[in-house]
Design a protein around this ligand. Structure first.
Ligand code: NAX
Ligand code: ADP
Ligand code: MG
Length: 293
């Protein structure tokens, strides 16, 4: 149950600006819940300001999930981001302490432009999940070292489940150890942190670029979390921690730990079969101080 690292306690002089402004980008008509879960998770992990940038037709639905959440409508086509969405989003990037992208986004042209834009910028930390990873796989953007990070670039964290990791690396889901090795190589080559989700979740990365790649094995979490949306919650958690100033390696390790801890508490309070991602994200708010206590 040992935490990998500790967040500092909140002090009397802290204000919402202290805890970071983060943006979650994703969703589409039919998958409004995914990016809503990520956004509420960021609020419940302690972010000071959270906004969701979503295709225009789902803005009201996403806004309805939480009164503290801000929403930004981006240009859309058929309920997903249109090719013009990146131009609007690009103007917002510099103001963010961290961005999470991908849940429920689809892999259409609008998503391709957004993911390319976020991969090429070097100032803002980003979590890439779900359809953002599927876009990267389809476009084969990680096949060479063009997108490798330098020491002073903002952190990138990838959060693939085994299916997404298989698309990224070509190693099938049946080869768990081979998937972890492929993730380590990718992490090493590109200077990024990779969360290999599962039971247990493992994180590959390094504290700084002059250290060797390490693997952290998470000690929390359980099969009650094998239910739709629990990964979307993790995206919001890690984005929140990046926005609170943690490195990719620290945000990913502490993020998977508190996410699994919330899953363990929720499974005991609800039931293993009946727990949903909504129970998980509510429980996250209750256990969040365990990151600093
Ligand atoms: N409420 C919502 O709006 C939700 C939307 N979602 C979105 O739905 C889209 C599709 O994502 P999905 O992840 O469902 O679909 P994917 O096709 O990416 O992944 C499902 C497949 O991946 C493999 N896989 C996943 N986890 C595995 C494991 N632990 N071991 C072995 N194989 C595994 C399996 O082959 C499985 O059929 C994404 O945009 C996602 O963000 C999901 O996040 C679920 C909730
Ligand atoms: N058997 C399990 N043990 C521990 N954690 C699990 C288990 N099954 C799923 N999880 C966790 O639930 C999350 C599922 O993520 P993902 O597959 O992306 O879900 P979704 O896309 O539906 O939100 C991951 O964080 C994963 O570690
Ligand atoms: Mg997912």
């Amino acid at each position: 149950m040992q935490r990998p690292i500790k967040l500092r306690d909140r002090s009397a002089s802290d204000h919402k600006g202290t805890f970071g402004r983060v943006l979650l980008v994703g969703g589409s008509r039919g998958m409004a819940g995914s990016i809503s879960l990520s956004s509420v998770a960021a609020l419940h992990t302690g972010s000071g300001l959270v906004a969701a940038a979503v295709p225009d037709p789902i803005l009201e639905t996403v806004a309805g999930f939480h009164a503290a959440l801000m929403t930004i409508a981006l240009p859309e086509k058929n309920g997903s981001f249109s090719s013009e969405a990146w131009t609007s989003l690009n103007e917002l990037i510099a103001r963010q302490d961290a961005i999470g992208v991908g849940p429920g986004m689809t892999t259409n042209n609008g998503s391709v432009a957004i993911v390319e834009g976020l991969l090429r910028q070097r100032e803002t930390p980003v979590v890439f999940d779900a359809d953002a990873l599927n876009v990267i796989s389809k476009q084969q953007w990680f096949d060479d070292d063009t997108l490798a990070r330098k020491q002073d670039d903002a952190s990138f964290v990838l959060t693939p489940h085994p299916g997404e990791l298989s698309r990224l690396t070509g190693v099938p889901t049946s080869e768990g150890d081979g998937q972890l090795d492929a993730a380590k190589q990718l992490s090493d080559r590109l200077g990024i942190t990779i969360v290999v989700k599962g039971g247990p979740t493992r994180v590959t990365g390094r504290g700084s670029l002059d250290e060797p790649v390490q693997t952290y094995v998470n000690t929390t979490g359980n099969p009650a979390m094998a239910t739709a949306g629990c990964g979307d919650v993790l995206t919001g958690v890690i984005t929140s921690l990046l926005g609170q100033g943690l490195s990719g390696w620290d945000a990913a390790r502490l993020g998977v730990w508190i996410h699994g801890r919330a899953g363990d508490v929720a499974a005991s309070a609800i039931s293993s079969a009946g727990m949903t991602a909504e129970h998980l994200v509510e429980t996250l708010a209750i256990v969040a101080d365990e990151m600093s206590d």
